[in-house]
Design a protein around this ligand. Sequence first.
Ligand code: S3P
Length: 448
Amino acid sequence: MIQPQPKIQPLISRRTSGLKGRIKVPGDKSMSHRALMFGAIAIGETRIKGLLEAEDVVNTAKAMTALGAGTFRDDEGVWHVQGVGVAGLQSPAQPLDFGNSGTGVRLALGLMATTPLIAQCIGDASLSKRPMGRVTKPLEEMGARFEAAEGSTLPLTLHGAKNAVPIIYTLPMPSAQVKSAVLLAGLNAPGRTTVIEPVATRDHTERMLQAFGARITVEEKDGARHISVEGQHELTAQEIDIPGDPSSAAFPMVAALLSESSDITIENIMLNPTRTGLIVTLLEMGAQIEIKNKRVSGGEEVGDLQVKASKLHGVRVPAARAPSMIDEYPILAVAASFAEGTTRMDGLEELRVKESDRLAAVEAGLQKNGVLTQSGPDWLEVSGGGAPGGGKVATHMDHRIAMAFLVMGLASRIHVSLDDSSFIATSFPDFVGLMKGMGARISALEVK
Ligand code: S3P
């Protein structure tokens, strides 16, 4: 079942100089999904401050309610989740609609897989094209059953295991979603479930499960991470404070680097080392980014980022860095098109299965705006020197493609337009307002 799409919103962005201001971006998306889900199966009431109130996460909150957890938002914006215990989730009366969110559906499949419930999962046209086999395969080994559309895509129906089996699973691709799905299934399986991760990916599941009192261990063996959970032990409700999302901060950060005379500060950004690959890369490119007020909050490193307009130069971004900046390649490619020289990015195979085929969508957008590129199955090379602009970008229901090219228009000679910006609401609902507040020239494009 394909859901009706929100109204199409074409936008245009124009060359801007002097972005100024202190801003806050919304709460981290990965942590927000997890806080709601772990709260749903904990004992007691979890209270979440700074939850990302965007479509993807709101869909997760609705799914947790449909599975029997109590969720409500108080007048101060704090979310309260009344948990039902690790074995307490119930079959939902209606299909669970995860909208645009791969994280929402893949983590929820893990959460439900070892409880004997039946749930149908649906999503929008973009999510319905994305591969679910990467999670259904290990979850089947744990005893769950799935009826899926062709090619293991949504809509799919999950039959949770009556007699769950713990497994040892080596991740075939570097994916925090797959790792998390198996670990969450392990929470209600008897005995020890282990995920072996040859390449480290974001570790919010491990950190937050530890905070919720799960019996979880992480060991390094022969260069791989072995993460194990002992199942069928209850979690304890927590108070969680979610810092700003580095993947959202990436857009104003690059906008300030590219728009001359800019000087902005982005407050309270999560700086977990499994998420900071973009900052590392931009610093190598010559960016003036200063991390101030470094501190630890809610188990995560956090800081304020002061960003000033900078002259960038091209670099080679190694494949090994990809997991720590997997969502940031669209905006890095935009930054690279204004750098001096060529930037080469390797290890991009996972970009093909994001909200869109991001490698193809980014390359097409760059070329439409006069940027020279070359690419292969898992790499992209961008020639710098400045994007002429003037192109209309196809965003393919992908929020990060939309935000990246709005940033391009702030620095290109001719304006850049988007076919549709409505999907920005999945992760960063006030993006345009926040950018305009710093002086960005972004406006609605009249459709003739
Ligand atoms: C996420 C993991 C990444 C990332 C996504 C969020 C998560 O996906 O792209 O935006 O919260 O676990 P993969 O696990 O597919 O790499």
